[in-house]
Design a protein around this ligand. Structure first.
Ligand code: E4P
Length: 216
């Protein structure tokens, strides 16, 4: 399973890169707004930082023609930009038009398996089911991932499933068990994934015991 980081914070992206486990980046307007810098300045910094890996940039205009224009402009600025297209009828038209142009898309804000199936048929390279937001309204978000993976397997669909809106390490574990292609993980959960209380206890014990070994 590929691991993306779900942030627009360059320092957090660098940290995950140093671990040697970073395959790409997802952003959205909420995440970029936390950086308190101009949108494109942040996005271009990230695109350069992770060169060669996909960087998901959200389309924010409305209407098919505007979104296609916006996507084409972004595509000129960095060749690793993937356009995040919000799921809707217009969004599917945009995906279809961009696919013809060879511009990569990720259909975002996906909350049902039927939406994911349509996105794949329209030509999306990626589809993003939002598991945490479903959990937040007392639906089992990971069930959606299982359904999408199952449908895509049934028909050998090559659209990649990005498990998004991840809130905890269990989401990542379940994503891997279900065969999702990608998990996009917030920095806090990346930290949590590296830790285990028994690892910590074990390290302390070995340090203590090392001190007991006679020097000569
Ligand atoms: C990533 O592509 C999504 O925009 C992100 O995971 C949404 O996460 P949230 O539900 O925590 O805002």
């Amino acid at each position: 399973m590929k691991l993306f980081i779900d942030t627009a914070n360059p320092a957090a992206i660098k940290d995950m890169m140093e671990l040697g486990v970073l395959d790409g980046v997802t952003t959205n307007p909420t995440l970029v707004s936390r950086e308190n810098r101009p949108f494109m300045e942040v996005m271009l910094e990230i695109a350069k930082l992770v060169e060669g890996r996909p960087v998901n940039i959200e389309l924010v205009t409305e209407g098919v023609d505007n979104m296609v224009k916006e996507a084409k402009e972004y595509a000129q600025l960095a060749d690793n930009f993937v356009m995040k297209v919000p799921m809707s009828k217009d969004g599917l038209v945009v995906v279809n038009r961009l696919a013809v142009e060879g511009i990569q898309t990720n259909v975002t804000l996906t909350f049902s398996p039927a939406q994911a199936l349509l996105a794949s048929k329209a030509g999306a390279n990626y589809v993003s089911p939002f598991v945490g937001r479903l959990d937040d309204i007392s639906h089992y978000g990971m069930e959606l991932v299982g359904q999408i993976v199952n449908i895509f397997d049934n028909y050998a669909i090559d659209t990649e499933v990005i498990v998004a809106s991840i809130r905890n390490p269990l989401h990542v574990l379940e994503a891997a068990m279900m065969g999702a292609d990608i998990a996009t993980i917030p920095p806090k959960v990346v930290e949590q994934l590296t830790e285990h209380p028994l690892t910590h206890i074990g390290i302390e014990k070995f340090k203590e015991d090392y001190k007991k070994i006679p020097k000569k």
